[in-house]
Every structure is written in structure tokens, then in C-alpha cells.
Design a protein around this ligand. Structure first.
Ligand code: SAH
Length: 248
């Protein structure tokens, strides 16, 4: 049980595996007014940057769960580097169905709602770990513009147009699940570039060092095609944000 190696190569330099920058993550942490000691659960935490930097900046404590051994190992090293290893811990495992033993103050799933089979299922899953009145954080794509054709859907990793909504539709979806939207921090095209464009350097550096690896041909093809595809589709059509929700 692990993340495919292709993705860990592609995102080898990333501390945040989403189109949100460290600055935007810090903005979100400040916007939420997190009190010291706030308990946070982060499902599909990646390399743990949310928990680690918020532990440093706001004194939160927390647990991250992720299926990638590479990312969870990196999270532990980064927590030690920033001096917060006693406040956050990282568990390697499948986050689908993961419910914390003690209720938490903040339950997050940032950019991985497939673990609950979509937004509704992930809201339900996080709700099972959350104390009454707690805060839920969901990172999710939305359409910046109406996707005009099938190529756009495919390049934006959507099987159907309705897999995502336009921003107001996504917000209404949260409302329909019985939640108030109380904050949001959205990606922009620059923060998308920090996520996607940074992958190309990772691929190229890896390719130069590993020309005979079994993944080399695939990495070569990706590097040759991904930048234009990204500029044509994802950068134009796909928005992304972290949405803070409270149950009604
Ligand atoms: N929230 C993190 C990572 C987002 S990328 C961040 O914002 O940086 C998506 C993450 O989901 C990856 O780290 C991947 O390893 C993890 N993942 C995918 N399927 C998973 C599963 N079933 N259980 C736990 N983690 C999973």
C-alpha cells in the first residue's frame, strides 16, 4: 500500500502537494484563529506541511494520515527540523474510513476527497472525528470556467462535468450537506504554477539522473506534453480552494 513512484518523483520537491503556496496556507491558519492546543486531524496529509507549520505558528497539535511512505517519512523529518515533533505525528495508512479515537477540534482533508468517495462522503467521514461545533477543512477543485469539451474534462481529471461544480455550485453543495461555509482560501494561477510547474523541474532532474530507469520513457513523455496541456486546460479551467465548514 503506497503511492505510485511516478507521483513521488513528480512531487519530490513539494512540501505542499496542492496548488496552494506556503503563504496561502499561512493565511488560512491565521484566518481560522487557531488557539494553542487545538487538536487537528489531517487525512491524506501528504508531507504534513499544514500540521507542521500550524504547530509552529499556532501551537496546534495533530495527527496526519497518508498512504505514502515517502511523504510520511518526509513529514516526520520536517517536523523535527521545525522543532514540533512532539506536537504532531504521522501515520502511514489508508485514510478511507479513518476515524480518530478522541474527537478533534479541526478535521481536514485537503485535496483528496476521493478517500470518502467524493465531497459528501468525505464530509461525512471527517464529521465522525469532529467534536460538536468543530471546524472542517476541505480542499477541493472547482471549475473556474465552464469546461467546453471532453478534452478539458480529461485534462482536469474529471470523468464528468458534474464531478466538480463552479465555485457557487460547490459552495451550495456544502450548504446542501448542512454546513455553513465560514472561510475559504483559494488557489490562483500563480499558486497553480507553484504546484504544477515545479513538477517539471523534478521530472527533468530525475530523468537526467535516471535515464535507464523503467519509468524513464513515461517521465520523458510527461515532460514533453504536460506543460502545454496544463497551460491549455488546467491552468485556465480548474480552480481550487480550501473551504472551512461548520455544521449547522
Ligand atoms: N493534503 C496534502 C496532500 C495532498 S495530495 C497537501 O495538501 O499537501 C493527495 C495525498 O493523498 C497524497 O499525499 C497521497 O499519498 C494521499 N492519498 C491518496 N490516497 C490515500 C488514501 N487512501 N489514504 C491516505 N492517503 C491517501
Amino acid at each position: 500500500m503506497d503511492l505510485p513512484r511516478f507521483i513521488t518523483i513528480q512531487e519530490s520537491s513539494h512540501r505542499i502537494h496542492n496548488p496552494i503556496t506556503g503563504d496561502k496556507l499561512a493565511t488560512l491558519g491565521r484566518a481560522l484563529n487557531l488557539a494553542p492546543g487545538t487538536r487537528v486531524l489531517d487525512l491524506a496529509c501528504g508531507s504534513g506541511e499544514l500540521l507542521i507549520t500550524w504547530a509552529r505558528d499556532h501551537g496546534i497539535t495533530g495527527t496526519g494520515v497518508d498512504i505514502s511512505t515517502v511523504f510520511t517519512a518526509r513529514a516526520r523529518a520536517r517536523a523535527a527540523e521545525l522543532g514540533v515533533a512532539d506536537r504532531v505525528d504521522f501515520v502511514h495508512g489508508d485514510a478511507a474510513g479513518h476515524v480518530s479515537e478522541e474527537p478533534v477540534d479541526v478535521a481536514a482533508c485537503v485535496g483528496a476527497t476521493w478517500i470518502g468517495g467524493g465531497v459528501a462522503g468525505t464530509v461525512e467521514l471527517l464529521g465522525r472525528s469532529l467534536r460538536p461545533g468543530g471546524l472542517m477543512l476541505i480542499g477541493e477543485p472547482f471549475w473556474r470556467r465552464e469546461p467546453p469539451n471532453q478534452e478539458t474534462l480529461e485534462a482536469c481529471h474529471a470523468d464528468t462535468r458534474d464531478e466538480y461544480g463552479l465555485l457557487p455550485e460547490l459552495i451550495e453543495r456544502f450548504a446542501g450537506l448542512g454546513y455553513d461555509l465560514v472561510e475559504m482560501v483559494l488557489a490562483d494561477q500563480d499558486s497553480w504554477d507553484r504546484y504544477r510547474a515545479a513538477q517539471w523541474f523534478n521530472l527533468r532532474h530525475w530523468l537526467d539522473r535516471n535515464p535507464d530507469d523503467e519509468l524513464a520513457a513515461r517521465v520523458r513523455t510527461e515532460l514533453a506534453t504536460a506543460p502545454a496541456r496544463y497551460a491549455r486546460y488546467e491552468r485556465e479551467y480548474l480552480g481550487w480552494g480550501v473551504f472551512a465548514l461548520m455544521g449547522r
